[in-house]
Write a protein that binds this ligand. Structure first.
Ligand code: UDP
Ligand code: MG
Length: 336
């Protein structure tokens, strides 16, 4: 039987680019069924758009039942859209891609070939069965990383590569510089991802954390043909903090270590002063040192209380067990 690939597309105010997206992906879907015997379904996640995105999605579904959609009750963010897509995917495989064509649909056949590539000895020459039916696949996921960082602004490029380096140092993850959410996965990996219960989701970290074999492939992001990017620099910074706090305990460890170091240093200084007083008597000196130390210690204590507060806030949010997203409408359940 033919396999099914679910193409998951999060959309937030994308009315300008969606018709173009459908136009571009239609021939690719045709190629996949004709050359690779791979059926496809499109699953759009409308992340609480305020424009005509939802109306367009309803139209797409009317015209073609293999186009499905899920619409959120408000903007829950791309991470929530990714989770909704993976949970509702019916495919044996799923691919995540942006609606703005910056993740080129033309790469899908190549990604699928890589994903279903088997160890060569198990696929003897001349076999015309799809690789995946002949033997074990080498990979469970094909992930794309951006290879065109020069096109980005100086600041953003450096911030981004610094983020990946810091993240790898601080956590047990091993992320590729330029990693994107453009990724095709097999069913076992999809199931592993949706089984992770956390509500504060950093998908790039989760993909890495669940393991499985991943093939990394470079690609170039094109210009966005229409609409605009939803990510401001401030949003990116707060996303990076979320990612680090979700996957690393190192900031907490730094607090404890610095605390221990300060205790040791103060103990040593105490001994020095004790000896000095015994030898030279007790002139009142070192007043500036005293208040500088107080300021420094006060600052450090506040900083670390802040870091602990950040973790505590996340525990609080996690413990409330709020749903990651709320569905207002889908093609199975139309509200109008
Ligand atoms: N997106 C979303 N929810 C959001 C922000 C973005 O679903 O809150 C979608 C958006 O519609 C697009 C993808 O995520 O399909 C990537 O967004 P964008 O192109 O704005 O990001 P960039 O390419 O600038 O990183
Ligand atoms: Mg984009």
């Amino acid at each position: 039987m033919d396999k099914l690939l679910t193409i998951i597309v999060p959309c937030f105010n994308e009315q300008e680019v969606l018709p173009l997206f459908i136009e571009t992906i239609t021939p690719v879907r045709k190629e996949l069924i004709e050359k690779h015997e791979l059926n496809t379904e499109l699953l759009f996640i409308d992340d609480g758009s305020g424009d005509k995105t939802l109306e367009l999605l309803r139209d797409f579904h009317e015209n073609d039942a293999s186009v499905r959609y899920i619409s959120f009750s408000k903007n829950f963010g791309k991470e929530a859209a990714i989770l909704a897509g993976l949970k509702n995917a019916k495919g044996d495989y799923a691919v995540l891609m942006d609606s703005d064509l910056q993740h080129p649909p033309a790469l899908l056949p190549q990604m699928y070939s890589e994903l279903t590539n088997t160890f060569s000895e198990s696929n003897p020459q001349g076999s015309n069965k799809p690789n995946s039916e002949v033997g074990l696949c080498k990979y469970d996921s094909v992930a794309m990383y951006r290879d065109d960082r020069k096109k980005e602004g100086f600041f953003r490029r450096h911030f981004s590569s610094m983020f990946f380096k810091l993240m790898n140092k601080l956590s047990k993850l091993n992320m590729v510089n330029g990693a994107t959410d453009f990724r095709m996965m097999s069913r076992p990996m999809i199931n592993a991802i949706i089984s992770m219960p956390e509500t504060n989701r950093f998908s790039k970290g989760i993909f890495n954390w669940v393991g499985f074999n991943t093939k990394w492939m470079p690609f170039e992001t094109g210009e966005r043909p229409a609409g605009e990017s939803k990510w401001s620099f401030g949003k990116l910074i707060s996303y990076s903090f979320d990612a680090i706090l979700a996957f690393s305990e190192v900031p907490l460890k730094i607090c404890s270590w610095l605390g221990i170091i300060f205790c040791l240093v103060s103990f040593l200084i105490g001994i020095v002063h004790f000896i000095k007083t015994l030898i030279f008597g007790d002139p009142v000196a070192g007043f500036p040192t005293l208040y500088l130390m107080m300021l420094l210690l006060g600052g450090i204590i506040l900083l670390f209380l802040g870091i602990m507060g950040q973790y505590l806030a996340r525990i609080y949010l996690e413990i409330k067990q709020r749903p990651v997203y709320i569905v207002k409408e889908s093609n199975d359940n139309k509200s109008t």
